[in-house]
Design a protein around this ligand. Structure first.
Ligand code: KIV
Length: 266
């Protein structure tokens, strides 16, 4: 694998090669995931839930994100390392610039933030002006879980679907180079993926996205409580973590994951 950049991912979209992405929180897993062919490693604020045992991502601090980004960077050579800006760390462009700068200094090559409202668009624009590549995140935004009333599928109603499509287009215009699309119906994800030049990485967004991301612990079957419908335990039928991750990458590339059982209609 050559060094993966935003340009690489755009080229992959252009030729229809699917992008494999997983979350990573430490150096050992980063090296293993990269060795198994994962192109994008996301230091997700999901670490608040899967590492820290919190009920949501809201309590994750910048210090925690910087710490885990540093760890992942030490285990990463060629994969694109994307790090999440946590809840309320990007409430205005200046604050976002300071915090994104900390993640980049820790080894991130791109930062991710949630939402597509006007203030978020301003922030994306500012970060890009200062040379910080941005991954946007729309659909289900876990940092807005209380506003959304839970972890639910978004964009089932035509009005809401149009808003998500418009947000995605506006984020691309503001300079975002990658988009995570979470928990939306397959048909909406297909429309958004076709409408954008930048790659769209889905989670619970069906097969037509340009790539797929899973929370690593979900992909390894380490789930406390109810397994999210869109995830799959890749340890089933595989005898090592390396084999399981290789199977995830292979199924993403072949387009056999996610199947209808891991997707939403509407
Ligand atoms: O924090 C995270 O792990 C994420 C993924 C669910 C995309 O944002």
């Amino acid at each position: 694998m050559k060094n993966v950049t935003a340009t690489t991912l755009r080229q992959m979209k252009g030729i229809g090669e699917k992008i494999a992405c997983l979350t990573a929180y430490d150096a050992s897993f980063a090296a293993l995931l990269e060795g198994a062919g994962t192109e994008v490693l996301l230091v997700g604020d999901s670490l608040g839930m899967v590492l820290q045992g919190e009920p949501s991502t809201l309590s994750v601090t910048m210090d925690a994100m910087v710490y885990h980004t540093t760890c992942v960077a030490r285990g990463t050579n060629r994969a694109l390392l994307v790090a999440d800006l946590p809840f309320l760390s990007y409430t205005n462009p200046d604050r976002a610039l300071d915090n994104a700068g900390r993640l980049m200094a820790a080894g991130a090559k791109m930062v991710k933030l949630e939402g597509g409202s006007a203030p978020v668009l301003d922030t994306v624009y500012r970060l890009v002006q200062w040379g910080i590549p941005v991954c946007a995140h729309v659909g289900l935004q876990p940092q807005s879980v209380h506003k959304l009333g839970g972890y639910r599928v978004q964009g089932g109603e035509p009005d809401r679907a149009s808003v998500i499509l418009e947000e995605a287009q506006a984020l691309e215009e503001a300079g975002a180079e990658l988009l995570v699309l979470e928990c939306v119906p397959v048909t909406l994800a297909q429309r958004i993926t076709a409408a954008l030049q930048i790659p769209v990485i889905g989670i619970g967004a069906g097969i037509y996205c340009d790539g797929q991301v899973l929370v690593l612990y979900d992909a390894l079957g380490i789930v406390i409580g109810k397994r999210p419908r869109f995830s799959r335990d890749f340890m089933q039928g595989n005898s090592s973590i390396h084999e399981a991750i290789t199977a995830f990458v292979r199924e993403v590339k072949l387009g056999t994951f996610p199947g209808p059982d891991h997707s939403y209609g509407g």
